[in-house]
Design a protein around this ligand. Structure first.
Ligand code: GLC
Ligand code: MG
Length: 724
């Protein structure tokens, strides 16, 4: 049971997430975002206003992976937990393949929320897939929706196109256009978007049509200050293991000494993946061409782990080969260290501290740096930095004053900045000190979370003025909250069931109004949404909680008439309307109902009341192997629907999605297209004025034939089943 106080659900669906030793770097989907959401979940939960944080991700049961990913719930701190929801089968699949399964994820999350009896106050999605899920859930519960992109499809598409791939290839592998269209919707709907830098807003979100309508907050992620502590502290972390830090330092020193003739000098440190854009050669040139600089300091470049360069990918191989050639060209033997490998997680913080202790400087020579995490980490350790004056570093240096920004395209300028830093100890000291303090006040998860909670408060006016109470807190008027609280549900056909007797109808509507806390109600009709709205208006019937339209092929929630996308996704399976229409075109006894009768999942005709003719329709479609449902009613209507559709199936879907047991649902109808909902495991009710088609249901268990007509029959049914 979630704890009292603000209740936040974070969604991060792809990759491998667990609290205990996360397998960062396992694959492309298990990297920085996984680390981010785990640290965020714990830190948010530690905020005084926050009662409960759930990190909701996918449940994976895969022999190739640890069993920890198949636990439905994992507590990761006093009031933070990971919740795992299955979708799209058990096996681990890459994120691009998850798209068709997200509605399943949504429905299972809804059910869980219903079961625990408390609705989150905030739904926060990370990356487009989880953004979609959070957006839909937030809409269902009338709660705010917050989004953090981590990366965006348009930027990725541009990169892939530039690398020479075709649009078709990119879509096949990355579903990029689908992702982009979902992102457009997210950007339109989100109540708040959190970015790490202001450049992200301009350069990435700026590429979207809906970008300008949005509210953004630039809140940089935090770093782990227990790992990235100042160089002059030996062991500030209560649970830190100083022995191993010392061990790591010795190993690093030994490694560097293999390269340097004079290891006691300060050193210049660069740390990055071997990627052309990181501009490693720019730094080597800056150093190699400047005799003064070569005399002042050594250089150390850690460019990932390499075994055999000639066996690496083009980009990496070229960068590393270039690096070695430049080293030779400038004759940097005895001065430039290029260690073959380093263990990222444990060695990096020690490396920054070692460099700071030498009086050195950290250089990030990349021409563009969207965020610049290494710069923040180095600064936290008290190591002054030099970086490009483009992107993330601009934000960082504005806040922390931990170093000098340069035009990184000019190696001369890089060199000059390094010298300026190394030559003036007072300057070095001041950059070092303000870096340590600046990171603590701007890039700690603590400050990230304080700012985030500040933004969330604005999205929840009123919330913080009332004492936090357990129970439902999201907007009670939202359909999600309502369906979660309801005890009973009436679903009724409209024509000749609900309508037909004005006086009884008025009486029924009053009853429903008086019992609205306990009983929800909906219509299930052959009418389209428009035609449904017409008759509701005409008969002065208020918009119900649920509208099942077009013979159970569409589900809407009142009063906003939001369509259930999960149901649409479900019906799409093997639905081939064009082929069905072609197949039936030859049958001259069928006449189309015209545009009004057709919708995405419903093809409707008029047809004479003749069993032989109906059999021909059934045979034709069966012989053509077109899977569908065929429903004939009122002696004139023929509806062809997806095989998973129908009023009864729509009710089963709602029952599952909202966790309502069948004995708490009453389904009322009068004719053939109501038959399947009457037959489903709910409490069935047939009104006294029913048509002959329903006669075979007489005497069936769970179906009550009322003697009363129209709405009078419904009232009789509500009494019969003790709903009132
Ligand atoms: C409603 C619809 C029609 C459908 C019929 C039977 O009258 O408008 O299209 O065929 O119900 O379901
Ligand atoms: Mg009817």
């Amino acid at each position: 049971m979630p704890k009292p106080g603000l209740y936040i659900q974070l969604f991060s669906i792809h990759g491998l997430i667990r609290g205990e030793s996360p397998e960062l770097g396992y694959d492309a989907d298990t990297g920085g975002q996984v680390k981010y959401v785990l640290e965020l979940a714990r830190a948010l939960a530690a905020q005084p206003e926050v009662g409960q944080v759930d990190l909701v991700t996918r449940l994976i049961e895969d022999n190739k992976l640890s069993a920890s990913y198949s636990t439905p719930m994992e507590q990761i701190s006093g009031n933070a937990r990971i919740i795992r929801i299955p979708c799209g089968g058990r096996r681990y699949i890459r994120k691009e393949l998850l798209w068709p399964h997200l509605d399943e994820f949504i429905n299972k999350t809804l059910k869980l929320i219903k079961a625990q009896g408390r609705i989150p106050d905030i739904f926060h999605g990370h990356y487009a897939d989880a953004g979609y899920v959070a957006m839909e859930l937030a809409a269902a519960f009338g709660a705010p929706f917050v989004f953090t992109g981590h990366s965006l499809g348009r930027t990725k598409k541009a990169k892939l196109l530039a690398s020479g791939q075709s649009v078709a290839e990119i879509n096949k592998r990355y579903r990029i256009d689908h992702r982009i269209s979902v992102e457009e919707e997210i950007i339109k709907k989100a109540n708040l978007i959190i970015t790490s830098t202001s450049q992200e807003i301009d350069k990435q979100y700026g590429l979207y049509d809906n970008a300008a309508q949005q509210q953004y907050a630039v809140i940089a992620p935090g770093i782990d200050l227990e790992t990235f502590y100042p160089y002059y502290h030996s062991n500030p972390a209560p649970h830190g293991n100083n022995g191993s830090a010392k061990q790591i330092r010795l190993t690093l020193q030994r490694e560097l000494q293999r390269f340097w003739a004079k290891p006691d000098k300060p050193f210049i440190l660069a740390l990055c993946r071997p990627d052309q854009r990181k501009n490693i050669t720019g730094l080597i040139e800056a150093y190699g061409t400047d005799n003064e600089l070569r005399a002042m300091a050594n250089l150390a470049i850690f460019a990932g782990i390499r075994k055999n360069i000639s066996g690496m990918e083009d980009n990496e191989r070229n960068v590393l080969t270039d690096m070695l050639l430049k080293m030779d060209f400038y004759d940097l033997y005895g001065k430039l260290a290029i260690p073959k490998k380093h263990d990222f997680a444990s060695e990096v913080p020690e490396l920054y501290r070692l460099c700071a202790a030498s009086g050195g400087v950290f250089v990030n020579p990349a021409l563009v740096e969207p965020f610049g995490l290494t710069i923040i980490e180095a600064s936290a350790c008290g190591l002054p930095i030099i970086a490009t004056n483009d992107g993330g570093p601009v934000d960082i240096v504005a806040k922390c004053a931990s170093g000098i920004l340069v035009d990184a395209a000019s190696s001369r300028k890089i060199g000059a900045a390094i010298k300026e830093m190394l030559a003036d100890p007072a300057k070095w000291q001041s950059y070092s000190r303000s870096g340590i303090n600046g990171v603590r006040s701007h890039y700690a998860w603590e400050s990230h979370c304080q700012r985030t909670v500040g933004c969330l408060k604005k999205l929840l006016p009123g919330y913080f003025h009332e004492p936090a109470q357990p129970g439902i807190t999201a907007s009670r008027s939202s359909f999600g909250a309502r369906l979660t609280l309801l005890k009973k549900l009436l679903i009724t056909d409209i024509d000749n069931t609900l309508t037909g007797d004005r006086a009884r109808l008025t009486e029924l509507l009053e009853l429903l109004h008086n019992h609205r806390e306990k009983i929800g109600w909906g219509v299930a009709t052959g009418r389209s949404l428009d035609m449904t709205m017409d008759i509701l208006a005409e008969q002065h019937i208020p918009i119900p909680d649920i509208l099942i339209c077009s013979v159970g092929t569409e589900i809407y929630y009142g009063p906003g008439l939001r369509i259930d996308k999960g149901w649409q996704q479900h019906l799409n399976h093997r639905w081939r309307p064009e082929e069905i229409k072609r197949e039936l075109a030859g049958l001259d006894f069928l006449s189309s109902q015209g545009a009004d009768g057709q919708s995405r999942f419903k093809i409707s005709y008029f047809m004479p009341d003749d069993r032989q003719l109906l059999n021909r329709v059934i045979r034709n479609l069966r012989d053509a192997r077109l899977r569908c449902r065929i429903i004939y009613s009122h002696g004139q209507f023929l509806d062809i629907l997806p095989h998973r559709a129908g009023k009864g199936k729509a009710i089963s879907y709602l029952k599952n999605k909202w966790g309502i047991s069948p004995e708490n649902i009453m389904a009322a109808g009068d004719s053939g297209n109501d038959e399947d909902m009457l037959r489903s495991r709910t409490c069935g009710l047939v009104v006294g004025n029913h048509s002959r088609e329903l006669d075979p249901l007489q005497g069936k268990r769970g179906i009550f034939f009322s003697r009363h007509q129209y709405a009078g029959g419904i009232i009789d049914g509500l009494k019969h089943y003790k709903f009132l």
